[in-house]
Design a binder for this molecule. Structure first.
Ligand SMILES: [Zn+2]
Length: 174
């Protein structure tokens, strides 16, 4: 693995990474703190000091926020969770759904957009909006709300609607 076994299995509330949450050490620590556990906050003690930081996305906040995110993470699908019990909600973006989107009429007719991207380059695990790949939803509305966030990230609304329709209809057939 190469990573410290002491590394926390806590989830970042913003980017949901399981490997990048660190305890912020304020002030000047004695000795060399373990970088798998700690990050340095700086020497100055301020009034509202965050307790935790994500060294990947820069999120800072309280231990409670991290605790909540970690609990929520249990319900979110990742392939890394296998072979344990996988908790995931009703709807999620899958390879199958992205393939179906790519061959849909809606996708192909949005030429100015679809000539620059593939569904996977947007919504796939390595895509521009890969954070959506890691989520799952209980309802169509909840899924729609996340996919519409921030103007859909620039994806034409009819493409977002088509993806939602594909995911919902697949779910119904199962
Ligand atoms: Zn993060």
């Amino acid at each position: 693995m190469g990573t410290s076994s002491k590394q926390s299995q806590q989830s970042c509330p913003r980017c949901f990474s399981d490997k990048t949450i660190r305890i912020i050490l304020w002030g000047l620590p004695a000795g060399e703190p373990d970088p798998a556990i700690y990050t340095l906050g700086g020497c100055c003690v301020e009034e509202e000091m965050p307790e935790m930081e994500c060294i990947d996305c820069g999120w800072q906040g309280s231990k409670l926020d991290v605790k909540k995110a970690t609990r929520m993470r249990r319900f979110i699908w990742t392939d890394e969770d296998a072979p344990g019990i996988i908790y995931h909600r009703k709807f999620r973006i899958t390879d199958e759904a992205l393939d179906a989107l790519e061959t849909s009429e809606v996708w192909m007719s949005a030429k100015s957009f679809s000539s620059q991207f593939t569904p996977k380059s947007i919504y796939g695990p390595e895509g521009k909006m890969s954070w959506l790949w890691d989520l799952s939803w209980d309802s169509e509305d909840a899924m729609r709300s996340d996919l519409y966030t921030n103007m859909g990230g620039g994806v034409p609304i009819e493409i977002i609607d088509k993806l939602i329709q594909i995911i919902v209809s697949k779910n119904l057939r199962q």
